[in-house]
Ligand binder design. Structure first.
Ligand SMILES: [Zn+2]
Length: 304
């Protein structure tokens, strides 16, 4: 894929996010959980953060972007994702947003365990390969089993002195959302997100190729999709291909990416493996806790 084409897609994605924000309600999804807490103030930083969040995953976003102009930008995108009291070195607890329900036994909200990670729950938004919010995503929260969340915190802490933190795209995924993936893959008429997420893959083959499965490990509550953010700027790191891009470029060990993104993928992998997670060869962002507490149980409670 050419850089120009990527850049065009990028612009389209940013526009899409902006329009989603304009429409109201969706802004809270990208970036901060505080924004979802309902405060009017929280809404604007979140909107500001959206375009840059969309921009960063693509290799077309110039790696030097962080260093160049737009001095306001990094601060804007960093602020909502970090804890409200400006980044204290200790992970101080922040006011817990009101949660709508008690979680099933053994599950936790990840931001209550790792307040300084970033959260952009893509399936709560329409910026994902389906192009719509998924069933069961009633709020932009990352939920995991307690064991998985605590292991994830180890990875986050391991990365801190290296200048990185974890940014989470998805964690526990209700089984009903996975059923929605199945229905989506069978609907050949719906190609709205093809350009951006699966330009070279026939969506009907997404299952066979291993990009989606009819029962996802995510529904067992100990699997997470994530990337790195740079602590200095708060920006998402360039990992060589965007989250949820269906293609060989997303596999570990791909020769299609540069040295720096390859090193970042390796760093994330090392952090996750040290914390007890195993990688998935086809998706650099997908990790499952080795000793997951519910290895055979698939949950379907809503995220709220
Ligand atoms: Zn995943």
């Amino acid at each position: 894929m050419s850089r120009t084409r990527k850049a065009a897609m990028l612009a389209a994605a940013a526009a899409l996010l902006l329009s989603a924000c304009d429409a109201g309600g969706q802004g809270a999804a990208s970036g901060s959980l505080e924004a979802a807490g309902g405060s009017a103030n929280a809404a604007s930083p979140s909107v500001a953060a959206s375009p840059s969040a969309a921009a960063s995953p693509s290799p077309a976003a110039e790696p030097s972007a962080a260093a160049s102009p737009a001095p306001a930008e990094p601060a804007a995108s960093a602020a909502p994702a970090m804890s409200p009291k400006p980044a204290s070195p200790k992970e101080e607890k922040k006011p817990v947003p009101e949660r709508k329900r008690k979680l099933p036994s053994g599950f936790v909200y990840v931001d209550e365990v790792i307040p300084t990670a970033q959260y952009e729950i893509r399936y709560f938004t329409d910026y994902n390969f389906v192009g719509a919010r998924l069933d069961g995503y009633n709020a932009p929260y990352a939920i995991l089993t307690k064991q998985a969340a605590e292991a994830l915190k180890e990875a986050h802490d391991f990365l801190a002195p290296k200048g990185y933190g974890l940014k989470i795209f998805d964690a526990y995924r209700p089984a009903k959302a996975v059923r929605q993936f199945v229905a989506w893959s069978k609907d050949a008429s719906d190609q709205r997100m093809k350009e951006e997420f699966y330009p070279e893959v026939d969506k009907a083959k997404a299952f066979k190729l291993g990009y989606i499965s009819s029962r996802s490990g995510h529904s067992r509550g100990s699997t997470v999709d994530l990337t790195l953010f740079e602590r200095k700027t708060g920006k998402e790191a360039d990992m060589g291909s965007p989250f949820d891009f269906f293609g060989d470029i997303s596999s570990h060990g791909t020769p299609e990416i540069g040295k720096a993104p390859a090193e970042r993928r390796a760093l994330l992998k090392r952090a996750m493996e040290l914390a007890g997670f195993k990688p998935y060869s086809k998706e650099w962002w997908h990790y499952t806790l080795e000793k997951e507490p519910f290895p055979k149980k698939y949950f379907d409670f809503d995220i709220e």
